[in-house]
Write a protein that binds this ligand. Structure first.
Ligand SMILES: NC(=O)c1ccc[n+]([C@@H]2O[C@H](COP(=O)([O-])OP(=O)(O)OC[C@H]3O[C@@H](n4cnc5c(N)ncnc54)[C@H](OP(=O)(O)O)[C@@H]3O)[C@@H](O)[C@H]2O)c1
Length: 263
């Protein structure tokens, strides 16, 4: 049997930077097949170059997760090349940040479109394949789904909705053989703080130095992969994540007072 039949096929959204990119690198190095999507063509091409030894085991499409037809087309190409999908990692997402008066309704909708609705859309589109492969659906939630902090209303809302969707359909998926893993990272080094309120990459924003809590991408993602392979239901990555969840879920008012000077 050739490697194409033995290897697992991972379909990953948002492989142009951060966690998604690291997923692609580590999974390819471990001998798997990866189909990645993202919007930035140059980043996809540089990832392809970095993984050139893998040849056609890494394939990609330039694709916005909000464009359902393009997502469908990417899935079609993935199936044509790799014949199956074992694991769908709905990773693409971004974190908007602004007070209510500085945020627009359009920005709320786009945050929900990318972080909440796109993972559901792609799950529908990969559903039959995941049933066939007895596969896995993986999503990335956040510590900000555990409590509401000032300026993060849209992001928290999008991740709470995603987490509740996942828990609400977990048993339905299980019945047809699909396992679900919800990952809750703490702060992982990525481009997440280099995006505007519509999720577009911008080098103009300053990266805040939160190095005390920030996890190295490589280490964080290798823990995530181990958890996915063990088909864990909920994966909190790193001790700082437990600390942040406890802090945010119990002391959000205090944090808002201290950090955002709420009266
Ligand atoms: N890093 C953390 O501390 C942290 C903590 C909790 C949760 N998360 C979650 O982890 C996931 C990955 O984030 P990250 O930290 O790795 O940030 P990142 O470095 O900014 O990566 C985000 C990825 O999502 C893609 N993306 C964003 N909008 C997209 C769209 N409309 N269509 C297609 N792809 C899109 C980006 O690609 P393009 O810009 O090329 O489209 C990029 O590849 C997100 O869901 C985030 O909410 C991260």
């Amino acid at each position: 049997m050739g490697y194409m039949e033995e290897a697992k096929v991972y379909f990953i959204t948002g492989v142009t930077s951060g966690i998604g990119r690291e997923f692609a690198v580590q999974l390819i190095k471990a001998g798997n097949l990866v189909y990645g999507i993202g919007r930035r063509k140059s980043s996809l091409e540089s990832l392809k170059k970095e993984l050139e030894e893998a040849g056609d085991r890494f394939l990609f499409s330039v694709c916005d997760v909000r464009e359902s037809e393009k997502v469908q087309e990417s899935i079609k190409i993935c199936l044509k090349k790799f014949n199956k999908i074992d694991v769908l990692i709905a990773n693409a997402g971004y974190s908007s940040r602004a007070s209510f008066e500085n945020f627009s309704f359009h920005e709320y909708k786009e945050q929900i479109n990318v972080n909440t609705l796109a993972p559901i859309d792609i799950l529908y589109r990969c559903y039959d394949e995941l049933v066939k492969s007895k596969g896995q659906f993986v999503t990335i939630s956040s510590v900000l789904a555990y409590g509401a902090l000032d300026t993060y209303s849209a992001y928290s809302m999008s991740k709470v909705a995603l987490s509740y969707f996942c828990e609400g359909v977990r048993n339905d998926l299980k019945k047809v053989g699909i396992d679900m893993t919800v990952i809750v990272p703490g702060y992982v080094n990525s481009d997440i703080r280099l995006r505007d309120n519509l999720g577009n990459f911008t080098s103009k924003l300053d990266r805040k130095n939160i190095s005390l809590l920030e996890m190295d991408t490589n280490k964080a993602v290798s823990k995530m992969i181990r958890g996915i392979q063990k088909r864990k239901k909920l994966l909190r990555v790193g001790l700082s994540t437990y600390f942040l969840i406890a802090l945010i879920s119990s002391f959000s008012s205090l944090i808002n007072k201290v950090l955002f000077r709420r009266t």
